[in-house]
Design a protein around this ligand. Structure first.
Ligand SMILES: [Zn+2]
Length: 66
C-alpha cells in the first residue's frame, strides 16, 4: 500500500519557495501560485521578488469593499 495522504494540502509554490511545510491560514498567494504550477511563482519571483508580489497583491486586494 502507498503511504497515507498528508493531513494537509501541500504549500503553494510561494510558501514552498520560502521553505514552509504548508500554507498559513488564508495564505494570500495560494490562489495565484498553486503547488502544481511552480513555474508561475518562479517567473513572478524573478520579476518582482516575494516582497514585490505581496505588495502588488495588497495593492490589488481581492475584495476591499470599495
Ligand atoms: Zn501559501
Amino acid at each position: 500500500m502507498a503511504d497515507p495522504p498528508p493531513p494537509h494540502h501541500p504549500p503553494c509554490a510561494a510558501c514552498a519557495h520560502q521553505g514552509r511545510p504548508s500554507c498559513p491560514a488564508g495564505c494570500p498567494l495560494a490562489p495565484y501560485f498553486p503547488a502544481d504550477r511552480p513555474e508561475r511563482f518562479e517567473y513572478a519571483n524573478l520579476l518582482f521578488g516575494v516582497d514585490g508580489i505581496l505588495c502588488r497583491l495588497e495593492a490589488a486586494g481581492p475584495d476591499t469593499g470599495l
